[in-house]
Design a protein around this ligand. Structure first.
Ligand code: ATP
Length: 336
């Protein structure tokens, strides 16, 4: 388990500029359970990378405590801290592979550093490459591989030392959507088959939706919201979270979409969350109201369906009003 207690990081101000001297990470406390996939999401500059680098002490906190499996990294001696850090692998946005080494050489490198013989390192590296499906490419050089393959090498390198935790720094941000999906599938296997705890940072809520079980939302160095992914998606509390959730769910038409819908649908528009208890077709029939589906955004979050359907309602004004009252009350729908 990883625990941060009231962790703050202030970088020395390089020059007098607005925001210089403000904490990059500001009093953050959070806990990552063993075996979980924990996402940290936030806009550029929110402090995500710094937070990730504090977990393995690539950055030292200005104040606060970082605990890994109950061990306070700040209180450990250099040797012991290095051992704990070796149990934490890291994956980078730009892969950070050596161009001059083969794929196998890249994956074997940290193993050699940790003291394994050349033969042992090559064997373990080969196993890691098999896990990520790239053993056939062992003798190639990074530039002969696609971006997605390079990231899989990066993941194999991080896994070769058999870490209990993997920190992923925007691991899919340099990749196209299809390759992103492949890398996310691989990370899911790393968690599911190897039991590795994953902490990943991203600015894409879609990555959190498809991979994570817990999420923390960061803004201006602080964690503004944290919780189970399904809970945060279904009830975002902070405005920053709300924006991120909407970007992944597309359940509520944005202002431009709404303007287009209004032009096409002269009736009353109402957005109804999916999964409510009401038998909608019966409700519409009872009140003699006609409907058309004008817009829908529905997706799976942690194996449960979330989303919203926007209906256009047509009928006598009183009937439409009665339907709207029922929907906005019990079904938590929003009239547009
Ligand atoms: N080594 C450093 N020295 C000085 N300031 C830094 C350093 N690293 C980060 N910062 C500052 O700390 C703040 C948070 O940066 P950080 O990279 O952690 O954010 P981020 O959310 O990861 O953003 P991005 O997605 O753009 O990487 C920013 O204002 C950044 O300029």
């Amino acid at each position: 388990m990883i625990e941060l207690r009231d962790v703050t990081k202030v970088f020395p101000a390089a020059k007098k500029s607005p925001g210089a001297g403000a904490p990059a990470v500001d009093g953050v406390s959070l806990a990552v359970e063993r075996g979980s996939v924990f996402g940290v999401v936030g806009h550029s500059g929110a402090g995500k990378s710094t937070l990730l680098r504090l977990i393995n002490y690539l950055e030292t906190p200005t104040s606060g405590t970082v605990l890994v499996d109950g061990q306070d990294l700040g209180a450990l001696g250099e040797r012991r801290r290095r051992e704990v850090r070796r149990s934490i692998g890291m994956v980078f946005q730009q892969f950070n592979l050596f161009r001059s080494r083969t794929v196998l050489g890249n994956v074997a490198y940290p193993l050699r550093l940790s003291g394994l013989s050349r033969a042992e390192a090559r064997e373990r590296a080969g196993e890691a490459l098999r896990f990520v499906g790239l053993d056939a490419h062992a003798r190639r050089y990074p530039e002969q591989l696609s971006g997605g393959q390079r990231q899989r090498v990066g993941i194999a390198r991080a896994l070769a030392t058999e870490p209990g935790v993997l920190l992923c720094d925007e691991a899919t941000s340099a990749l196209d959507p299809r390759t992103t999906g492949e890398v996310l599938d691989l990370l899911r296997r790393v968690n599911g088959e190897l039991g590795v705890t994953i902490v990943l940072i991203t600015h894409e809520m879609e990555v959190v939706r498809s991979l994570c079980d817990h999420v923390a939302v960061m803004a201006a160095g602080k964690v503004v919201e944290t919780g189970g992914v399904h809970d945060v998606f279904s009830r975002p509390a902070h405005p920053v979270t709300e924006t991120f959730v909407r970007s992944a769910l597309h359940d509520v038409p944005d202002a431009a979409t709404l303007a287009r819908l209004r032009a096409r649908h002269p009736g009353r528009l109402v957005t109804v969350p999916v999964g409510g208890g009401e038998d909608l077709s019966r409700l519409f029939r009872e009140h003699d109201v006609d409907f058309t589906i004008a817009h829908a955004g529905v997706t799976e979050v942690q194996a449960r369906t979330l989303g919203g359907v926007t209906f256009e309602l047509r009928g006598a004004e009183r009937d439409v009003a009665a339907v709207l009252a029922r929907l906005t009350g019990e079904e938590k729908a929003v009239a547009r």
